[in-house]
Design a protein around this ligand. Sequence first.
Ligand SMILES: Cc1ncc(C[n+]2csc(CCOP(=O)(O)OP(=O)(O)O)c2C)c(N)n1
Length: 343
Amino acid sequence: MTGRPADGPPGGAGAPAAPSAPAGARDGLALWRRMLLVRRFEETCAELYAAGRIRGFLHLYVGEEAVAAGAMAALGPEDAVVATYREHAHALCRGMPAWSLMAEMLGMAEGCSRGRGGSMHLFDPSRRFYGGNAIVAAGLPTAVGVALADRMRGRRAVTACFFGDGAVAEGAWHESLNLAALWRLPVLFLCENNRYAMGTEITRALAEPRVARLAARYGMPAEAVDGMDVEAVADAAGAAAARVRDGAGPALLELETYRFRAHSMYDAERYRSKAEVARWRRRDPLTVQGDRLRAAGALDDDAAAEAERRVAEEIAAAVAIASAGTPEPVEDLLRFVHAEEAL
Ligand SMILES: Cc1ncc(C[n+]2csc(CCOP(=O)(O)OP(=O)(O)O)c2C)c(N)n1
């Protein structure tokens, strides 16, 4: 089969027992489960990459899950999302099925971008998910454009725009914040401040390393938030998104987080110490939320094991479906290079 199935897995066989949770849920256990799905999905991607089944670049989000899971819980289906090249978590938390992402990773025609985009270009217009983007800061002008289009069409929607601290040193970042503030566009800027842009530590790249302070100079409300705590992210994003949706203009959250793994699959990590990584690992967002749930009596060993089992099942089904997919036929290679109508 060469077509792209709308939503159900191709053929139905091997369908996940539990489909990916829809975006927008706001309950502590659901947030923890969503982070668990992202973590295990990416661990599986790392294995498939090592086995040579995923090619090209692969940037993992391990350690940063609270940001995507928490922020996405503040959005509804009418809102739009623009992500970066480290966007598996954003896609999963937006409710895209794991199998369509996995098929994309393996370069199959059934993948969410027909196997042409790979890890860095996940896309799903049916969920208003306007993609990952390989170019640092390129999502910001896109997000401003989407927000402008929504306003011109009279839609009451927020565009959530994720980007890294590395994007802040780009001209496009400043142009986008300026225009969004000047025209009071409904953009929620979400800085995933993991302290490093590849091997460059933030204080070596930014004269003002407190991104929220920079954003405030453009006249928008901006605050720094603990990005290892999914509840803190969801609270801050919920409040900010509500103001943006009500027409108050753009806002920015600087989510302080950390990536536990290398920048991409190959990176000697000479720019940071093992002790620093170990220090941040003690604040693993899964542990922070898991401990909170256990203390409240909402999670125990049995429930955790059951959640692990369901996630493992969903991912195994995703890999099976993706593995049975169709590599793009050679005769189709020039399709979509130009709009179909133009051919
Ligand atoms: C315009 C542009 N310049 C340089 C690069 C090369 N590059 C890829 S990732 C990266 C670092 C980006 O760091 P950050 O925005 O903090 O995101 P993170 O990787 O930390 O999630 C750079 C410089 C690029 N992809 N695009």
